[in-house]
Design a protein. Sequence first.
Length: 279
Amino acid sequence: MSLKDFSLIGKKALVVGARRNMGKAFALGLAEAGADVAVTDIDIESGQLDQVGEDIKALGRDSLVLQADISKKNEVDNLVERVVKKFGTIDILMNVAVMYHHKSLPDLNEEGWNKLTDVNLKGYWLTTQAVAPIMINQKSGSIINMTSRGGLKAHADKTMGNYAIIKAGIAMMTRQYSRYLGPHNVRVNAIAPSLVEWEEFPGQEQLSKNKPQDSNKTPEIKTISELEKFEAWSTGPESIPLGRVATFEEMANAGVFLASDASSYITGTILNVDGGYMA
């Protein structure tokens, strides 16, 4: 083993859904490892994506900030074209974009279902379709998709069932593309987190205090709704053996590993970064 295998110096990456949370962490993690990183998101007006670009540059790497709706083929094709024009190629594609629809399957209407699939499934397919020919031509590349524990096991939170179905689709898409692209030395893998310090998660302020050194502490949850949500995600049969949520940095570490030559013989794998949830 050589530590240089973990280096991404000279690599060019595109992170989709990089405005905040895990997407931001992945973009900065790749940059810290040496890659130049293009970042995109559907929301660019908030200024958060621009800040991610500035943070990448502060790490000494080149960056490109672009707005795109990945549910639309023409926007994805234009996105990839602009990244290649800037960087010359794309060595790493990281699909992190996500959309939630907090309704149970029986209550979800067609419009809600279409929104979910357009971003969470069709979007991943479109970006992969656009980037794969570049990687095939250069006979190398790494595509990393974000799936979920919910895509591997039925979800206790009934309002997340529709999301779980989509994430299961991403897991199978990952495996299928690994078959198609493997002969071209293009690897396709996915990361399946359990509970992560997520901005929108109810009770997150309390949960995120439960850092590794405090893994035996029970988060102080102040309201019934927060308690119910926490129990649905993290207790009973869905308990996490490590007893805490993951940090964004821990997710990013997994992404850097799969993007690097240190994982050169890994493809078609769903990497559970879940604190033991699937054990």
